[in-house]
Design a binder for this molecule. Structure first.
Ligand code: IPE
Ligand code: IPE
Ligand code: MG
Length: 248
């Protein structure tokens, strides 16, 4: 069991918000902000790996983002294809395992094929696991997990928290230790509702395209200063309350 009170979080979850405002401030189309956001993501994955973080999970497109103008939605879908062709080889060679979490039914066959290839080419990597939440919603996740548990024939009396966790989209990762949201909004926006039960929350006004090493280190420093009690009373007990779920 790994102690939980180390200064480096094992799993960091990030709501990458503020791309549109970053572009607006520069009198540029929102799409430019999204494009810069991909570069910020690449920097951040490397920075996380360099710091010994084992899992990073990012919110790239929410179940609710379909409400945006068609032009922005199709721009984001196109950006997925560009980003995969531009960065997949590099990420694969740097030991990044990539998992896509979310409802793949609604995305185009092209995007789905890009996601499938991304997962296949990186499945044996072990340096860091990047989970990209795409067409993801925390409520969708709970419902799909319940559905799959029922389909698997799990009887009601066996449906414990641990058993349901096995069906959640992030079953390959421990729960996030640190949750970061950029862009200044102080809300979860239907990201990982089940998994953030005991995450330390960090909100910053930094717009996502500006996120870099300094911002990450500031978030980690805030995390390191927190006293994680998990409902207990003494810091000394914290290691005993560690998340014991094994991560694949
Ligand atoms: C986050 O940036 C990226 C996505 C939701 C795809 P936004 O596009 O929400 O940027 P703001 O919040 O409008 O600045
Ligand atoms: C959350 O940001 C979703 C992603 C970052 C992908 P939003 O910009 O969609 O969230 P709201 O609308 O401000 O809550
Ligand atoms: Mg936003």
């Amino acid at each position: 069991m790994k102690p939980v009170s180390t200064s480096i979080p094992r799993h960091v979850a990030i709501v990458m918000d503020g791309n549109g405002r970053w572009a607006n401030k520069r009198f540029m189309p929102r799409f430019v902000g999204h494009k810069q956001g991909v570069d910020a993501l690449m920097r951040t994955v490397k920075a996380c790996a360099d710091r010994g973080i084992e899992y990073v999970t990012v919110f790239a497109f929410s179940s609710e983002n379909w409400k945006r103008p068609e032009e922005e939605v199709s721009g984001l879908m196109g950006l997925v294809l560009v980003a995969v062709s531009k960065y997949l080889a590099k990420l694969a060679s740097e030991g990044v395992r990539i998992r896509i979490v979310g409802d793949r039914e609604a995305v185009s066959s092209q995007v789905r094929a890009a996601w499938d290839e991304t997962e296949r080419r990186t499945e044996h990597n072990e340096r860091i696991t990047l989970s990209v939440a795409f067409n993801y919603g925390g409520r969708w996740d709970v419902v799909q997990a319940c559905r799959r548990a029922i389909e698997a024939g799990v009887p009601a009396h066996e449906l414990t928290e641990a058993r349901l966790s096995e069906f959640m989209a992030l079953s390959h990762a421990p729960d996030p230790d640190l949750f970061i949201r950029t862009g200044g909004e102080v809300r979860i926006s239907n990201f990982l509702l089940w998994q953030v039960a005991y995450s330390e929350l960090h909100f910053t006004d930094c717009l996502w395209p500006d996120f870099g090493d300094a911002e990450l280190d500031a978030a980690i420093a805030t995390f390191a200063a927190r006293d994680r009690r998990f409902g207990g009373v003494k810091t000394a007990l914290a290691p005993l309350m560690a998340d014991t779920r094994s991560a694949a």
